[in-house]
Ligand binder design. Structure first.
Ligand SMILES: Nc1ncnc2c1ncn2[C@@H]1O[C@H](COP(=O)(O)OP(=O)(O)OP(=O)(O)O)[C@@H](O)[C@H]1O
Length: 281
């Protein structure tokens, strides 16, 4: 039987992970995220966020004694209450069929949690008469979020699943998550590139690059840029993340092509078809 979680803290100790092809996914990750924290996982595309979340969720096997949720290895002991919502879940074909919302919510236990179901339906502004083959992407995503969050999880691992939500729905959704962590014992780790509405949301930040954690800690421990986004209108958190990503790109250097040639080298010989058309004869 799956273990339940008394204290949903999330720890990794010297977590290094290699993919089946031998390439390194993560290197020496040490994190200590307390119960009731809301962590934003920040990093460029390919930084290792999904890899880390899948290891935390127990969907991938981590080396022994490197990942623990409330002191338990999530891979070896199935954990009741760890919910991972990522791309595979988003792409589940069932939510594209001619199925009605009440039926879907019932199939994930909606009748056992009627108050949560009704609250989520209200917060995510879901129309119970929708049929899932005839809704927009954002509407479908809202129904999926109701389904995914219905059972009262204790550790929620979110892998950028709010991209289709309109600004108000996303705001309401994030406020709901915040209230959850303030009103019961639960913890959230959220990987995202979209920082709107998030400036006052996280309690912790984790900055990843090239499979490593560069910095992590309580939000107060980070020095935010003093200006408030200038003409671009970014939040100070947004400005900080832009600064991090610029530094990461500089450290990484240009990408290499199939023969180890950089993009700059390929320009003009048609590499990747990205040459500037204005320079063509
Ligand atoms: N199965 C795999 N085998 C080998 N390498 C992989 C595999 N899955 C992912 N990678 C590589 O691991 C790195 C990290 O991928 P990951 O999906 O964790 O990044 P991410 O930070 O979530 O990126 P994004 O923001 O684009 O979602 C990438 O360089 C990716 O190409």
């Amino acid at each position: 039987m799956a273990a339940s979680l008394p204290d949903p803290s999330v720890h990794t100790t010297n977590l290094t992970f290699a993919f089946p092809d031998g390439s390194t996914g993560l290197r020496d990750i040490n994190l200590d995220l307390p119960a009731n924290s809301r962590t934003l996982l920040i990093g460029a595309n390919g930084a290792g966020k999904t890899t880390l979340l899948r290891l935390l969720s127990g969907k991938r096997m981590a080396p022994s004694n490197t990942v623990s949720i409330a002191g338990i290895d999530p891979f070896s002991t199935g954990l009741e209450g760890v919910t991972y919502l990522g791309l595979e879940w988003v792409l589940n074909p069932i939510v594209r069929t001619d199925i009605a919302v009440p039926e879907l919510l019932k199939s994930v236990g909606g009748d056992h949690y009627p108050e949560r179901r009704d609250e989520l339906v209200h917060i995510l502004d879901v129309d119970m008469s929708w049929h899932l083959h005839a809704v927009s992407d954002g509407e479908r995503r809202r129904v999926q979020l109701c389904m995914g969050l219905l059972r009262p999880w204790t550790v929620l691992l979110l892998d950028e699943i709010t991209v289709d939500l309109d600004l108000l729905s996303r705001h309401n959704f994030l406020q709901f998550l915040k209230r959850e962590t303030e009103s019961r014992k639960c913890t959230i780790v959220y990987a995202t590139h979209i920082l709107d509405n998030l400036a006052a949301w996280p309690t912790h930040l984790v900055h990843m690059s090239l499979g490593k954690v560069k910095k992590w800690g309580e939000i107060e421990s980070f020095e935010m840029p003093s200006n408030d986004g200038g003409v671009e209108g970014n939040s100070r958190l947004g400005q900080l993340v832009l600064q991090w990503l610029r530094e990461d790109l500089k450290e990484r250097g240009p990408r290499r092509g199939p023969e180890g040639k950089s993009y700059e080298h390929m320009q003009g010989v048609g590499g990747y078809g990205l040459e500037d058309s204005s320079s063509r004869k």
